[in-house]
Design a protein around this ligand. Sequence first.
Ligand code: PLP
Length: 464
Amino acid sequence: MPPDIEPRPYPPDTLGMSAEEMRRLGHAVVDLVVDRHARRHQEPAVLNAALVDLVQQLGGPVPQAGGDIDDAIRLLTEVALAHQQHGDHPRYFARVPGPSSFAAVLGDWLATGFNAIAASWAGGSGPSAVELIVVDWLRQLLGFPAGAEGVLVSGGSLANLTAIAAARAACGPGIAYLTDQAHSCIARDLRSLGFPEEAIRIIPSDDAFRMRIADAAALVQADRAAGGRPMLLIATAGTTNTGAVDPLSELADFCVENGLWFHIDGAYGAPAALTEPGRRLLSGIERADSLVVDPHKWLFQPYDIGCVLVRRPGALERAFTMNPEYLRDVQSSDTGEVDFRNRGLELTRRSRAIKLWLTFRAYGVQRMAAAIARGIELAEIAEQCIREQPATWELVTPAQLGIVTFARRGAAKSVHDAAAQSLTDSGFATVTSTMLKSRSVLRLCTINPLTTPDDLRETLRRLA
Ligand SMILES: *Cc1c(COP(=O)(O)O)cnc(C)c1O
């Protein structure tokens, strides 16, 4: 440095916090998070409290004057952040766990700290390039052809909505087909996009909770005969209930023959395609016109991040392009640069790609795939434990993509509910008590690679 230029002191933050204070607090937050990672298996898997109690500790009048930030951080961690489902707890088996990894957390912190934006190329070429790169990595891993495009959104619900909007922009209005095992967000997405009730056909699934092609074909034919316009078929690659996979290859053929847009909701199950057994189960996933995957489930990301991939180049832009006068100066050119605001409903949008990019770079696909394979295997271990106790348990659906469902012999729903509730209340673990059609079952979702076989055995013992 030339001797005549004095090093400048670090400036304070926008609202006057000194650099020394920022550094001290930043390090304290890192310690809190790392300590929590180390201790999370000792936390309750789920902890909740009543609103009055939470408001009593966290609420109060609008803070006119600032106060002690150390106290405020302590209150946040001990009260607000302590009371939730800990989706990354090794005995969190309910719904879909969120086994987030630390590299992803670091990526999210960096994106937030640098206020990363991926709305337009002119406004954020770096984050936009990272998004193009990670979306393309996902495209390759899921076997989509070169030229397929995508965008990151908050999660599966919005990703499915984005895909359905692209399908309708490409094909025009028409009828959508899905099974009774499709995630409940799909029907809501269709309704909120203006599909009338009579254009939402829900097909009863077969005994293995999969779509029966013959039933889909009969409905499509009947709708056509009645003057309707079949447009979109929605399959699931790994249902949330049982991990069932619709017959993807056959459905792809059926959609080609019938001129239907083929959408696959792989929000939960698609990452299994990174593993050997998953690739076999998910064969045909690469033939979808659009595909959804939720990295905040089985790709080890903190909430939120969902991805939609669309086979036809330009299909997202045709549904979502918005180039008003006041954005003319931030419009991309013809060199492959993308304005992500034109691929979905968000204009100002955070960079969700940074955390996924850092995860891929830090661990590599091989380690991520091994962790996914472990999740598949853990459900098989749970199935084995269930089979070993036929006097207590009945297997309802076998281990599929990290999910197994079972029932206590002769038990009514109230018994399953009570067993699941008391396990959750104990803090040891949490499982789902759900209905498969009219049958009450308990369900384990085992996608956290930190889960041990002993965790599974002890959870089953306590449920019994
Ligand atoms: C979780 C899930 C969704 C919804 O995703 P969110 O990220 O919760 O919005 C959609 N489909 C399937 C199959 C899911 O498992």
